[in-house]
Design a binder for this molecule. Structure first.
Ligand SMILES: Cc1ncc(COP(=O)(O)O)c(C=O)c1O
Length: 388
């Protein structure tokens, strides 16, 4: 097994990294959702070869990419898709807005489950559609659950679009087959169109299983657009290559037309990297999941032992942790407190919708030593504030 050196610190300054450039040098950035690990060696090698070629004109996804993707999805999720169901897009965020736009004439309200990734929260607003929020509910066991009665009440008001995020950002939930079946049943009953953002599907921890919403049945697939991408999985988010899978011919046509008009081509290097990743990244992916599992577990133990009044929701997937800081009095809000007093950048929970007030999202997709340093700083800042 190659040593992927996930523990090595690689300086990202000077690479126009959003994560590392946003704040002053003394701030440890555990915010925006990319990882600090180099991509699989096969991806880097393929990019070198493509760059050597020297011509970077308009590109389209090759037949081979579609075949490799079909195989990836079959072998990882036991879902048999067809190559012609695949639509390439420059990003999932463009896809989310494209979905809202493409079906806005017939389905004029959009249901989202809060707290949720901000571009999902705001996609309905950008298309001037009515946004209805069905909040996920905290159970007694530090676990978020779906309130199905509330969900159905929102869905049945009028023909709806539903944007599902699974694995869920920021709570880290990976919904079970039974939960997905209940959601699907409600959507089928009320003529709901489903957009299932499954961008984090490959990053799921032992004991949990990702099930694509559209794989539940042909009826569900017939009203679902699924988004996946190699970007989170293989840390190539800056290369702009994402995928929509749409079995319904009419929906695929409506979605693709709209996309061609507004979103443009996939990045040439993104196609190269994505193909290489799906072709050669299996072993790297297994290793990164082990590394992320260790980070997640270290983080949970640290919070339980050293900062017991923060409630952590252990991630079932993703590399994101959702921390409830209500029980500490962190002024003016937890994210600003940690930025100013600990020099650690986290995402403010309020960005994920109203239920996120008093929370922060922490990205643990980094070498463990960096995360430990950030946690030590956070602990110190809280204890110093308690002494005042
Ligand atoms: C749930 C979810 N969807 C989409 C994205 C971004 O996708 P893209 O970079 O392909 O636009 C993210 C990034 O954090 C995400 O967490």
């Amino acid at each position: 097994m190659p040593d992927y050196k996930f523990d090595c610190h690689i300086d990202r300054t000077g690479t126009s990294s959003l994560k590392w450039d946003r704040y002053p040098d003394d701030v440890l950035p555990l915010w925006v959702a990319d990882m600090d690990f180099p991509s699989p060696p096969g991806v880097i090698e393929a990019l070198h070869q493509r760059v050597e070629h020297g011509i970077f004109g308009y590109t389209h996804a090759s037949k081979e990419f579609k075949e490799v993707l079909v195989e990836w999805i079959k072998s990882h999720y036991n879902w048999q898709i067809q190559p012609d169901w695949i639509v390439f897009m420059p990003g999932v965020v463009s896809g989310l807005n494209n979905f809202c736009q493409a079906f806005r004439d017939t389905h004029q309200q959009v249901v989202v489950q809060t707290p949720v990734y901000p571009p999902i929260l705001h996609a309905p607003d950008y298309s001037h559609l009515l946004r209805l929020e069905s909040a996920l509910v905290k159970s007694s066991s530090d676990h978020y659950e779906i309130d199905f009665n509330d969900f159905e009440t929102k869905i049945r008001k009028q023909p709806s679009q539903f944007i599902l995020c699974n694995p869920q950002n920021p709570t880290g939930r990976v919904f079970t087959e039974s939960e997905l079946n209940k959601l699907a049943e409600i959507c089928l009953k009320h003529d709901t169109l489903i957009c299932s953002d499954e961008i984090h599907c490959d990053l799921v921890f032992p004991g949990h299983k990702h099930i694509p919403m559209a794989s539940l049945s042909p009826e569900v697939a017939n009203r679902t657009i699924t988004f996946i991408a190699p970007s989170k999985t293989f840390n190539i988010a800056g290369l702009g290559c994402s995928v929509a899978i749409i079995s319904n011919h009419g929906m695929r046509l409506a979605f693709s037309r709209q996309l061609e008009a507004f979103a443009g081509h996939v990045n040439a290097l993104g196609l190269t990297a994505g193909l290489a990743a799906y072709r050669s990244g299996h072993e790297w992916l297994e290793e990164i999941i082990l590394y992320l599992t260790q980070n997640r577990d270290y983080l949970s133990s640290f919070i339980h032992d050293k900062l017991p009044e923060i409630h952590i929701f252990p991630a079932e997937g993703t590399f994101l942790a959702w921390l409830d800081c209500h029980d500490y009095d962190l002024e003016p809000n937890p994210a600003t407190f940690f930025l100013e007093k600990a020099r650690v950048a986290l995402n403010p929970g309020a960005d994920f919708g109203e239920p996120g007030n008093g929370f922060v999202r922490l990205n643990f997709g980094c070498e463990q030593a960096l995360m430990v340093q950030a946690l030590d700083r956070m602990e110190k800042a809280i204890h110093e504030s308690e002494m005042i």
